[in-house]
Write a protein that binds this ligand. Structure first.
Ligand code: URA
Ligand code: CA
Length: 437
């Protein structure tokens, strides 16, 4: 391979020029193995932050990061493997619902999930609130279970995208996290290394999201869709609202219960609709339906006849958990105290600061402030109101589930961040846009 000098690559990007695949690969390989120091990588990231990257550069950056570590080979699993990624929100329980839902329609779901940091736990934490459920399977067991059941959910194994891990830590301390080319390549590298043939993205916008404005969410979605197509992965993005938490439950066991309700067809309207929108795109991407309309009918059918819920039970059983919870959610961990949060005035709910409500749940112990924190799977917040709902002073805005009687701070946070107005307010549109190539 040609030999480059990192200083020349930094200078080129600083001056707004376009880098070649070889230059980008030289940087990623050198930084991963340690021959390029943090100070040069920092300067490079800042140059990208200001000058951006073309679609082709983002494709090269993504694949260089994919190739920096292990890649999961899912070729032993029959059918097109469709993965879904959400850019993160508050109380987002979609993975728990979508996995059995689309698997029940015949799309193999070989899901690798992570733990949560911040707001609430990740999918793995939520699943571990089911007694006995374990997330460690060998690669052989994983492949066999997906071929048998169409469904397995495990923790991330192997050394996936080490370049992204190292760069993400550096971005965190150099004020370069918030760069669309860097976010897009970071997310896409992880999905591609995990073996997805097709990818459905849920890009959140609004108060509780990484991308606060619709414009930024669109730009991120376009970047990721373009990267996916460049590297041969059919990728679609939906931009969805995160100006208020999704559903009513925020907290691990509470969200498992909400997922079960939704699989029974008794879930919150917004969460159910988002699962239908994302799920129908996954089914079309997995070539199990020709149109979104047909896919949606399939999803409605597997909820109505109970097969999606039953498959969730078989997943739990296959991975050592107590499957009785699908019919008896009182077997999930429950908190000692349930405390009402009263509204301080009357009117219409006009705004819910999703991120702050997420922090209130974290303070109860539902999420981690640092990677080492233990979380309490039983605790969290059940919202009683959403934007557009009327409320009278003294009505409950939410119920706090806590193992500690003193929840004054969380009560105040919820009261301060759910805004009540005397003007009529419509509920925000859930789905803003769909972005395809
Ligand atoms: N999530 C990621 O995985 N990477 C980013 O860069 C930002 C959010
Ligand atoms: Ca929820």
């Amino acid at each position: 391979m040609a030999v480059f000098r990192m200083v020349d690559i930094i200078e080129k990007k600083r001056d707004g020029e376009t880098l070649t695949k070889e230059e980008i690969t030289f940087f990623i390989n050198g930084y991963t193995e340690g021959s390029i120091p943090d100070y040069q990588a920092s300067a490079f990231l800042m140059a990208v932050y200001f000058k951006g990257m073309t679609a082709e550069e983002q494709g090269h950056l993504t694949m260089a990061m994919v190739e920096s570590g292990d890649q999961i080979d899912l070729s032993a699993i029959e059918g097109l493997k469709v993965d879904k990624h959400s850019t993160g929100g508050v109380g987002d329980t979609t993975t728990l619902i979508l996995a059995p839902l689309v698997a029940a329609c015949g799309v193999p779901v070989a899901k690798m999930s992570g733990r949560g940091l911040g707001h609430t736990g990740g999918t793995l934490d939520k699943l571990e609130s089911i007694e006995g459920f374990h997330i460690e399977l060998t690669e052989e067991q994983f492949v066999k279970q997906v071929n048998d059941l169409k469904l397995a959910v495990i923790g991330q194994s192997g050394n996936l995208t080490p370049a992204d891990k190292k760069l993400y830590s550096l971005r965190d301390v150099t004020a370069t996290v918030n760069s669309i080319p860097l976010i897009a390549s970071s997310i896409m590298s992880k999905k591609i290394a995990a073996g997805a043939d097709a990818i459905v993205l849920d890009v959140k916008t609004g108060d509780g999201a990484f991308m606060k404005t619709l414009e930024d969410a669109e730009a991120l979605a376009r970047s990721m869709v373009s990267i996916g197509h460049q590297v041969g992965r059919n990728t679609t993005a939906v931009i969805s609202d995160m100006s208020q938490p999704l559903g009513f439950a925020i907290g691990n066991a509470l969200e498992v219960k909400e997922a079960i309700d939704t699989l029974k067809g008794e879930g919150p309207e917004d969460l159910t609709e988002l699962c239908f929108v994302l799920g129908s795109k996954m089914i079309v991407a997995g070539k199990k339906a020709d149109s979104i309309e047909e896919a949606r009918k399939m999803l409605e059918a597997v909820i109505a006849d109970g097969t999606a819920l039953e498959l969730f039970g078989r997943l739990i059983e296959a991975q050592g958990g107590d499957a009785r919870i699908i019919h008896d959610t009182s077997l999930l961990p429950t908190a000692k105290y349930q405390i009402e949060v009263p509204a301080l005035s009357s009117g219409t709910i006009s705004k819910m600061e999703a991120d702050e409500i997420g922090v209130a749940a974290m303070l109860l112990g539902a999420g981690r402030a640092t990677k080492e924190d233990e979380i309490d799977l039983a605790v969290g917040i059940m919202l009683k109101k959403k934007i557009g709902d009327e409320v009278k002073a003294g009505d409950p805005l939410a119920i706090i589930h806590s193992n500690n009687e003193n929840v004054k701070k969380s009560i105040e946070m919820i009261q301060n961040h759910i805004h009540i107005s005397d003007k009529v307010q419509d509920a925000p549109a859930l789905i803003r846009e769909t972005i395809t190539q």
